[in-house]
Design a protein around this ligand. Structure first.
Ligand code: ZN
Length: 132
């Protein structure tokens, strides 16, 4: 079984903490130990694990990605959102988190973020939990 979370994103770029949503799916499945796979099936969004304690970190990540991959830079793609495609590739479309004792085995400061690069849109997040 695969759980799918739908989430609206507020801006063109938004890094949204989805840890509690994913942890909720782990609880619903009542899996004590295993592996949780989070997959974002979009070409202009992604998912990553990084620090969630200080919101300034995600602000810095978003700002740095914007500098590395500006919205306009002579791209060829007719849809006009190549920057979002490239950022999606850089960030990646899936993460895996170990599950132990019914909880996501994340580090102290780690959170899972949905990375929107061409919003606002409604995004899907697939969650698959494999039992040990
Ligand atoms: Zn496109």
């Amino acid at each position: 079984m695969i759980d799918t979370i739908q989430l609206g994103t507020p801006d063109r770029t938004a890094l949204l903490d989805i840890t509690d949503l994913v942890a909720g799916k782990v609880r619903e499945r009542e899996v004590a130990d295993g592996l949780c796979i989070v997959y974002v099936p979009h070409t202009t969004a992604g998912v990553m694990i990084n620090e969630g304690a200080d919101p300034a970190v995600m602000q810095d990540v978003a700002n740095t990605l914007e500098k590395l991959v500006p919205w306009k830079a002579g791209y060829h793609h007719g849809e006009g959102n190549s920057a979002a495609h490239i950022k999606s590739i850089l960030v990646g479309g899936s993460v895996q988190v170990l599950v132990e004792g019914g909880r996501l085995l994340l580090g102290t400061w780690e959170r899972i973020f949905l990375c929107e690069f061409d919003g606002p849109r409604t995004r899907k997040i697939h969650v698959k939990i494999l039992r040990d």
